[in-house]
Design a protein around this ligand. Structure first.
Ligand code: FES
Length: 165
């Protein structure tokens, strides 16, 4: 025995010529809006997949000092476990006071394709967001495509001032 379907599952449309059409549950408008939503979601995800790596590539943490042949900072301004990014000779660089108090000065430019690495404070390592390259706090490659460690920069500590370069 056939049961009667609820009235809200039906939609009746009247065309310009006066004819009517019944559509069970899934109307034309609903179908078109679902298609448009799907196309929009695809376009948005494609856009994000292209733009996000570019955005991250150019996302260089800014320092208050401009590009120079040397970079100086009081040792006490370096917080253990935190990285201080700066520009050095026109390129991104980073100073890090490790948890044991030792200081590391590195280029922040990934040796794979040149993206700028980020410091992951919770993991105490560097991440290159472009292709998921990971480096230790000393710049050694942990995993990913980088072919060599982050370049070490020369630095000295005198009178409680760290000088890079
Ligand atoms: S540019 Fe850094 S992993 Fe590719």
């Amino acid at each position: 025995m056939r049961t009667k379907e609820p009235i809200e599952d039906y939609q009746v449309e009247q065309g310009l010529d006066g004819t009517t059409a019944e559509h069970a549950g899934f109307g034309r408008r609903k179908f078109i809006s679902l298609c448009l939503g799907g196309v929009g979601a695809l376009a948005l995800s494609g856009f994000a997949a292209v733009v996000y790596p570019l955005f991250r590539y150019y996302l260089v943490p800014h320092s208050t000092q401009s590009s120079a042949a040397t970079f100086q900072i009081p040792l006490n301004d370096l917080v253990p476990g935190e990285a201080k990014f700066f520009e050095f000779n026109g390129s991104a660089a980073v100073l890090l006071k490790k948890q044991d108090g030792s200081v590391v000065a590195l280029s922040a430019v990934c040796p794979h394709l040149g993206c700028i690495v980020q410091w992951e404070q919770n993991k105490q390592d560097f991440l290159c967001p472009c292709h998921a390259g990971y480096f230790t706090a000393d710049g050694a490659v942990i995993s990913g495509p980088p072919p060599r460690p982050l370049a070490k920069l020369p630095f000295s500590v005198a009178n409680n001032i760290v000088t890079v370069g």
